[in-house]
Design a protein around this ligand. Structure first.
Ligand SMILES: Cc1cc2nc3c(=O)[nH]c(=O)nc-3n(C[C@H](O)[C@H](O)[C@H](O)COP(=O)(O)OP(=O)(O)OC[C@H]3O[C@@H](n4cnc5c(N)ncnc54)[C@H](O)[C@@H]3O)c2cc1C
Length: 369
């Protein structure tokens, strides 16, 4: 209800949104279940097996690029909750960890927003990449945190039929093939790398902020992947060298561009958007062309280059025509850019030792993002 509140009615809830709530960002993620990380102990297999037990289609155990689709995930997360409860687990809704008690480098427990203290020498910390208040609290309590690279950019939307045509040629539209995907990379003359990320065939661009007065984009699709547009994030690598030397500076960096995007969007949770042709020509967009943007609650056509750093804009302007050489039409005039994509991965890292505990806080097990 709260996630759709923003998507449909511009009603934003800071405590319950696409990033926070039951299942976290995972609930409203697209559910593309493939990754380029090394997995020598095949833990990913365990995840896939648990997903099938919770209601995911069996095919995720054998297809090349398994995908679940957002709305199936919502029910799966509810099934997982039922399983956890049947095994004796307790889930506290509308309640968050506000403080952590550490004595002599050992976790003693956590304090909840209700005021309750839960004593424990073992705390698994799986707060995702957007729990900025929790990152700050952990930093203030002395937990070792360091900044890490991530990427920022825009979402791009094209007609799915155009992507299908380029990828499948005469077989485009064949139901056996479904909607085509792509993966693109370009190393730019300014030293940056531009790449496509979280490509969603037949999907939609979604509002993914977790703070009021910010605009953040992401992408998702249903299992059927049959919406009219293909979308992906076109992002540029950012390193801790791009902002002041402090563990949480990456969060401030994200906030700066998200706030600018909110203002450029008109201050009502519309996202700033621009046609690719206008973006490449350096002029504001005033009218949509053939591609109808899918982002809700809406978009505001403008000069989107104002809401990301110059080196990011320069890199994307160089990369799009290069991508067009690989997928004819990728830099078509009417394709839509919507911004800003800032939550590609966490801007911080809470390092673990061999026993999976924080480097300087025994009993704290950082996990997930
Ligand atoms: C629209 C969208 C599409 C995506 N598509 C994909 C995809 O196709 N494939 C993919 O692999 N990834 C995708 N992702 C990213 C993926 O969702 C995340 O990488 C993943 O959810 C991270 O899991 P996590 O458990 O680390 O954190 P999260 O899923 O973010 O969960 C963190 C949880 O911690 C809770 N929390 C935070 N702070 C506190 C606190 N102080 N006290 C108590 N609870 C707290 C939050 O409410 C939340 O429930 C997508 C994300 C979005 C938003």
């Amino acid at each position: 209800v709260d996630t759709f509140g923003l998507w449909r009615k511009r009603q934003f809830n800071q405590e319950s949104n696409v990033q926070f709530g039951e299942g976290g960002a995972g609930t409203f993620s697209d559910g593309k279940l493939y990754s380029q990380i090394k997995d020598p102990q095949f833990r990913g297999r365990k995840v896939l097996t648990e997903f099938v037990k919770s209601g995911a289609p069996d095919e995720i155990l054998y297809v090349n690029k398994p995908h679940i689709g957002t709305f199936r995930l919502v029910t799966m997360v509810e099934n997982m909750r039922a399983e956890i409860e049947s095994l004796g687990g307790i889930i506290r809704f509308q309640c968050k960890v506000e403080d952590i008690n550490i004595e002599n480098g050992q976790v003693q427990g956590v304090t909840l927003s209700s005021g309750e203290f839960i004593a424990s020498n073992h705390v698994v910390l799986a707060v995702g990449h957007s729990a900025r208040d929790t990152f700050k609290m952990l930093f203030e309590r002395g937990v070792y945190i360091e900044s890490k690279p991530f990427s920022i950019g825009f979402r791009i939307e094209h007609p799915q039929s155009m992507i299908d045509q380029c990828r499948f040629g005469p077989q485009s539209g064949n139901p056996l093939l479904g909607a085509a995907d792509y993966k693109l990379v370009h190393h730019c003359s300014n030293g940056r790398t531009v790449y496509s990320f979280c490509m969603c065939p037949g999907g939609t661009v979604v509002a993914a902020t977790s703070e009021p007065g910010h605009v953040v984009t992401n992408g998702m699709s249903q299992y059927s992947r049959n919406e009219r547009n293909a979308n992906s994030a076109i992002v540029v690598d950012i390193s801790p060298d791009d902002y002041p030397d402090s563990p949480l500076a990456g969060v401030d960096f994200q906030r700066k561009w998200e706030k600018l995007a909110f203002e450029l969007g008109g201050g009502n949770y519309n996202a700033p958007a621009q046609l690719v042709g206008d973006f490449l020509a350096g002029k504001p967009s005033v009218q949509l062309g053939s591609v109808i943007p899918s982002y809700t609650p809406g978009i505001n056509l403008c000069d989107i280059s104002q809401c990301l750093p110059d080196y990011v804009i320069t890199a994307i302007r160089e990369a799009l025509p290069e991508f067009d050489k690989l997928i004819k039409g990728f830099a078509m005039n009417d394709a839509i850019l919507t911004g800003v994509e800032t939550r590609t991965s966490s801007p911080i890292r809470i390092k673990r030792n061999d026993s999976l505990q924080s480097l300087n806080t025994a009993g704290l097990y950082p996990a997930g993002e």
